[in-house]
Design a protein around this ligand. Structure first.
Ligand code: THU
Length: 131
């Protein structure tokens, strides 16, 4: 996997963030098992609670295009530090990719990587599911 290329896609998505309320731009790039990359940005709303994070936008973009298995997600956010996916996004990502690799990048082109199971060791899961 080309981590730098995935982070670059996250950076491009970050630039189109709609975040007039927080002014915090986030971009995510999700790599499917097929090799296809799906991007997402955060999209806010004047009714703040209806806003959606970049990671879920990327995942829903992918699911909507028929991909259901994923290798990795790269995330970039405003500011100098790393942005870690929020708990809600980790739970939603775990639905499809409990072993997902999570790459966080900063503005200095440095990055760290984790497994989803490091960040959310006990994701909620129904014992019987239909799919
Ligand atoms: N946000 C994301 O897009 N991803 C995260 O992992 C954390 C937060 C967004 C939501 C909101 O638009 C803004 O960042 C500030 O919370």
């Amino acid at each position: 996997m080309d981590v730098a290329a995935l982070l670059q896609e996250a950076g491009k998505a970050q630039q189109i963030s709609y975040s007039p309320y927080s002014r915090f731009k986030v971009g995510a790039a999700l790599l499917g098992k097929s090799g296809q990359v799906y991007t997402g940005t955060n999209i806010e709303n004047s009714s703040y609670g209806l806003s959606i994070c970049a990671e879920r936008t990327a995942l829903f973009n992918a699911i909507n295009q028929g991909e259901r298995e994923f290798q990795a997600i790269a995330v970039k956010g405003s500011g100098k530090g790393y942005i870690y996916p929020c708990g809600a996004c980790l739970q939603v990502l775990a639905e499809f990719a409990p072993q997902l690799q999570i790459i966080v990048g900063n503005e200095q082109d440095e990055w760290e990587d984790y497994l989803l199971s490091d960040l959310l060791p006990q994701a909620f899961k129904l014992s019987s599911q239909e799919g």
